[in-house]
Design a protein around this ligand. Structure first.
Ligand code: PAP
Length: 339
């Protein structure tokens, strides 16, 4: 079983990160002309956003139209790969930790728990994004045994053909859009060094409902993965953050089965499921990640704010709630998606 070279990837501001920056600059240059032909709007934080294949993407960053096009052009899937896919702020960090812990549990069975990668590194270091993998100097899985674990925010139909055709498994997690918006609101406003501007929740709502958010519209992203899961539930597992919160242990078992790593009766009896739930709990991961930066200007702690369901009630007015509820009802009409 191979795992990412977390030790290498864990050093912010290292040569490694410098190299990624250089590669990203090359990509920006490669697609510079092309993106000028796409429809453009304003996203939040003053960022430009471009319409590409039905979704909006910001430019000039790791999670951008350029990296999406590069992934489409050159990423090669293997049939044994596992992909974790989400809209940002839907529980990516959590589901990465859960999948990593399930798939690698035998490898770390007899180690001192304090040396488990999830007790040392940010889950984002343990499961790389396709969007950052594409600019890496050395591929994360250089000598890959299977399965390789990757994550992505790229919409289903925009994933590289080799992922869609290879038969590999995809885990999709979505979340109540009201909590997603509130989570975005806190995250973006925390990155003061990046944007040098702050936005109100009302201003962000305006952008959100228009779909001009990274990988937006949120609702279309969810619908594409939901459709893919309905068409082939053995290939795409559709999860919600809320369901996972209600009964993490039983959802974890289902997730493990889907991934092809079911828990044995003995493991269940020995408390392995509960151990993983605890290892990946908000409280544990928040504590592990209380110091340091994930990348320059992005503290590890910024991925762990509240970790609750329904926190939106403290931030959205009745009017804002109504706007989001109306869109959600209209967009998800007839689909068994509930939060
Ligand atoms: P990303 O897309 O930037 O990686 P993502 O991990 O999808 O972000 O979402 C962050 C949210 O997940 C945060 O929600 P909040 O702002 O409402 O609090 C974060 O707290 C929450 N989160 C992170 N880790 C966990 C966890 N282990 N359990 C539950 N929620 C978590």
């Amino acid at each position: 079983m191979s795992i990412p070279d977390v030790s290498l990837a864990s050093k912010p501001n290292s040569d490694h990160e410098e190299h990624e920056k250089e590669n990203l600059t090359l990509l920006l240059d490669r697609y510079k002309e092309k993106i000028t032909r796409f429809p453009r709007e304003k996203s939040w934080m003053g960022l430009d956003t471009y319409m590409y294949q039905g979704f909006w993407y910001i430019s000039k960053s790791a999670f951008s139209i350029e990296t999406t096009m590069a992934v489409q052009e050159s990423f090669q899937a293997q049939s044994t790969d596992i992909y974790i896919t989400t809209q940002p702020k839907c529980g990516t960090t959590w589901i990465k930790a859960l999948v990593f812990a399930i798939v690698n549990r035998t490898k770390y069975k007899n180690i001192n728990p304090s040396t488990h990668p999830l007790n040392i590194y940010n889950p984002h270091k343990c499961v790389p994004f396709l969007e950052t993998e594409i600019v890496r100097k050395v591929p994360t899985y250089g000598h890959a045994d299977s399965p390789r674990l990757f994550a992505s925010h790229i919409p289903y139909n925009a994933l590289p053909k080799s992922i869609l055709d290879s038969g590999c498994r995809l885990v999709y997690m979505c979340r109540n859009p009201k909590d997603v918006l509130v989570s975005w609101f806190h995250f973006e406003n925390k990155l003061k060094d990046r944007y040098r501007t702050q936005m109100t929740i009302g201003e962000m709502l305006d952008v959100y409902v228009k779909g001009f958010t990274p990988y937006g519209p949120y609702w279309d992203h969810v619908k594409e993965y939901h459709k893919a899961s309905s068409e082939d539930p053995t290939k795409v597992l559709f999860l919600t953050y809320e369901d996972m919160k209600v009964d993490t242990a039983s959802k974890l078992k289902r997730l493990a089965e889907f991934l092809g790593f079911p828990f044995t009766e003995e493991e269940v009896a020995n408390g392995v499921v509960d151990e993983i739930v605890m290892l990946c709990s908000f409280e544990n991961l928040k504590d592990v990640n209380k110091n340091g930066d994930f990348r320059k200007g992005i503290p590890n702690g910024s991925f762990f704010r509240e970790g609750k369901v329904g926190g939106w009630r403290n931030y959205l007015t009745n009017e804002m709630t109504q706007i989001l509820d109306d869109i959600t009802m209209e967009k998800f009409q007839g689909l068994d998606i509930s939060f």
